[in-house]
Design a protein around this ligand. Structure first.
Ligand code: AGP
Length: 614
């Protein structure tokens, strides 16, 4: 969703901000803008559509200054257009703001400000923030104080950055609630502000993450952080080890393609250093802070997440219940806080999130915190809110994931939770030594098995060509691969815009079978797992109704090759880990279909990489 970049220093701010915004394009946006202080006056350029439109505008009418802020907007209030793009000015032209989040009470505020004489130039909720700050500046208040006063009027969660020609030697940045992050990058005689790390990593690795309800005064030489009510905060400087090159496409056409292929490495890193292969003795997840006492005390785990991360959670439930014999419920995060879940201090709530900034997931975590649960997270983005809110976390070892369609951040949590299940099972006495050793030995094979799936890309491309013009698709799976059907369908629909549904195979005869005819490809996930025979009979039923069947099956399975129209082969995989391999051909299939259709694979329409509004 919206991206923020700010710069204060001695270099030309415009190219720094534009290149930072470029690195945030993956978040999803529909317009962009930039404001720079030129000779102590604010100049603004804004444009609808891609960033290249804004770059053209800036090239036609250049502006040079050493302080500025920029924004990519994902429309919530008001159509995507130049006038609704951020930054937004107040009436005097002295205050300009960029903002992520939704001002929930903006209509009341707009009425109140209009009655005081404010004239609005956009349909956005954001503009009220600039007017509010001006209201307090007019009373002679300093910028930081005026911003503080203004922020107390806002309902909802926000990341806000403010620039004013009245105090040109500073930028104000604030984080209120969980509307995405605010990170300040510390340079030498220059400072950077961003909603996400990739925007600033080419300039500095020393960063400070603002916590909720904190406000920062950023000057060329320094950073002062306070709480919203003015108390000084002792902030921590993090040294980020992410390689900015990891966020480049390299030899690949799209980030998604690159990220699919990175899974051998990401899964190797996921396992590395966390597993004792030599003695098969155990799993190390130190950041989780899981003591033997806590492991024995837990009575129930809730997994909460959105989208792809929720599909990983559904598989996580099966893993933990089977391996650790502990009850797990999975909740879509946007529903969790609305159903009054029964939680106590012996309950663990585990949030899964690639970005660690998904508003619904953070809200679910807050709900869990309030109800007294132990909070865990499984997160990819270093320093993100979901990582910091939790009592313990498992960090996904994926590196930056740029493609909107999540791939490597889907397989990583499958392996993370598999390891967690072994750890829990061991600490709770649900696993004996030989069971643990066998599970750990299976884990060692994962990167190689994934590599073997990737080697079959040519075969997947052939099937992609056969399906490229289809209008609809149904994905069927059972048992541990039932969520794989959901995930395969989600991948296809989000990047190819083909209508795809994932279904538990056993539910087919309760309705969806009516859809099957020769126009409806059925993608059946049927590896040799405990549900294999059942899947085989589903395939027979689909074939009997004229359906075209594409099966994901275990190498050498002749019964499947005899009945399916196409087969996507995966190597024989222990069933608890089979979702890690069965999803790989489905990721590649979705990718190649979308690429063949000539679509914007990495930034599909209407979608955002991290969804920071409810
Ligand atoms: C995945 O392909 C999606 N784009 C989306 O469902 C995503 O998984 C979801 O928005 C959750 O994001 P998170 O992992 O950053 O919390």
């Amino acid at each position: 969703m919206c991206g923020i970049v700010g710069y204060i220093g001695s270099r030309d701010a415009t190219p720094i901000i534009l290149s930072g915004l470029k690195r945030l394009e993956y978040r999803g946006y529909d317009s962009a803008g930039i404001a720079v202080l030129v000779n102590d006056r604010i100049e603004i350029r804004r444009e609808a559509g891609k960033l290249s439109n804004l770059e053209n505008l800036v090239n036609d009418a250049p502006m040079h200054g050493v302080t500025g802020i920029g924004h990519t907007r994902w429309a919530t209030h008001g159509e995507p257009s130049a006038r609704n793009a951020h930054p937004h000015l107040g009436m005097t032209g002295e205050v300009v703001v960029v903002h992520n989040g939704i001002v929930e009470n903006f209509l009341e505020l707009r009425q109140e400000l209009s009655s005081e004489g404010a004239i609005f130039n956009s349909d956005t909720d954001t503009e009220v923030i600039a007017h509010l700050i001006e209201r307090y500046l007019a009373a002679g208040t300093r910028l930081v104080q005026a911003s503080r006063h203004a922020f107390t009027h806002l309902k909802g969660a926000h990341a806000i950055v403010v620039l004013s020609s009245r105090e040109p030697d500073q930028i104000i940045a604030a984080r209120i609630g969980n509307a995405g992050g605010v990170v300040v990058g510390l340079g030498r005689d220059e400072m950077f502000i961003a909603s996400d790390l990739p925007a600033i990593l080419e300039h500095t690795r020393h960063v400070v993450f603002l916590e909720s309800s904190q406000i920062a005064v950023v000057t060329r030489q320094g950073l002062e952080v306070t709480t919203l009510d003015g108390k000084a905060v002792d902030y921590e400087i993090h040294n980020v080890s992410w390689d900015p090159v990891a966020a480049e496409k390299g030899e690949y056409r799209h980030f998604m393609e690159k990220e699919i292929h990175e899974q051998v490495r990401s899964l190797t890193d996921t396992i590395d250093g966390r597993v004792d292969f030599e003695n098969g003795n155990g799993i190390r997840l130190p950041e989780l802070n899981l003591t033997p006492e806590l492991a024995k005390r837990i009575r129930k785990i809730f997994i909460t997440a959105c989208g792809t991360a929720a599909h990983a959670g559904m598989i996580g439930k099966i893993l933990i219940e089977h391996i650790a014999r502990l009850t797990v419920e999975v909740d879509i995060a946007s529903e969790f806080r609305y159903r009054d879940p029964i939680i106590d201090r012996d309950t663990v709530v585990l949030a899964i999130s690639q970005s660690g900034e998904t508003a619904d997931t953070l809200a679910a975590m807050e709900e869990a915190r309030q109800k007294g649960a132990v909070l865990w997270s499984n997160v990819n983005a270093i320093g993100s809110q979901a990582m910091r809110l939790a009592d313990g976390y498992i960090s996904m070892q994926c590196g930056p994931e740029i493609g909107v369609a999540s791939t490597k951040a889907y397989t990583a949590p499958l392996v993370d939770i598999y390891m967690l299940a072994i750890l829990l099972g061991s600490l709770r006495g649900a696993l004996d030594k030989s069971q643990r050793q066998r599970l750990i030995a299976d884990l060692r094979r994962v990167p190689d098995l994934v590599g073997r799936c990737l080697n079959r890309e040519a075969q997947v491309k052939k099937v992609a060509r056969a399906l490229a013009n289809t209008q609809h698709c149904i994905y069927l799976g059972r048992g541990i691969n039932m969520p794989t059907a959901y995930e395969g369908a989600l991948k296809l629909k989000e990047i190819s815009y083909i209508h795809a549904e994932g279904y538990p195979a056993g539910e087919m005869k309760h309705g969806p079978i009516a859809l099957i005819d020769k126009e409806m490809p059925v993608i059946a996930i049927a590896p040799q797992d405990p549900w294999y025979e059942k899947m085989l009979s589903q395939i027979e039923q689909a074939k009997a109704r004229g359906g075209i069947v594409i099966a994901v099956a275990t190498e050498g399975d002749e019964r499947i090759s005899a009945i399916a129209d196409h087969v996507l082969w995966v190597p024989e995989t222990p069933w608890l880990l089979s979702p890690v391999t069965t999803v790989i051909p489905l990721q590649m299939l979705a990718y190649h279909i979308a690429a063949l259709r000539g679509l914007d694979v990495d930034q599909p329409r209407n979608l955002a990489k991290s969804v920071t509004v409810e």
